[in-house]
Write a new protein. Structure first.
Length: 136
């Protein structure tokens, strides 16, 4: 509950998107992330830390182009019209986000390999459930 796993027919990359109501607070810079643990909630930064502690490689979803340092001061298109990037690409005070920013904030790439055994997959799922305070 609160998670949506997406994968294509290529089996090399699966992503997870956390429902907004199950997100705990997080802030990320280019190198560091901080988050607050909240019972029943989690965030990509916490999940990635937990996966990493078990030597399972996950990563954030790709950062949108308009958040890249080279482009973040340029105009870009949102559903509401043109916008301009902010000087800080990670910490936002505004609730108005581009779809790509929302996915970047709430999503992560899961450990994926076409050679992962069912047991290895169950371990990853269990670790993620534990981040939300659930036992798999």
């Amino acid at each position: 509950k609160g998670l949506e796993v997406r994968g294509g027919g290529n089996y090399w990359l699966s992503t997870l998107l956390i429902d907004k109501e199950f997100m705990s607070p997080q802030a990320r810079s280019s190198r560091y992330a901080v988050y607050r643990r909240v019972r029943g909630k989690s965030c990509p930064s916490e999940i990635l830390d937990v996966l990493n502690s078990f030597n399972a490689e996950g990563r954030p979803v790709w950062k949108p182009m308009h958040l890249q340092p080279m482009y973040r001061c340029n105009d870009f298109v949102m559903t509401s019209g043109l916008s301009r990037g902010n000087s800080d690409a990670y910490i936002r005070s505004s609730e108005r986000l581009a779809v790509t920013e929302d996915v970047f904030n709430r999503g992560l790439c899961l450990p994926s390999d076409n050679k992962m055994s069912e047991e290895q997959q169950k371990v990853i799922v269990d670790l993620i459930h534990r981040c939300f305070g659930q036992q798999g």
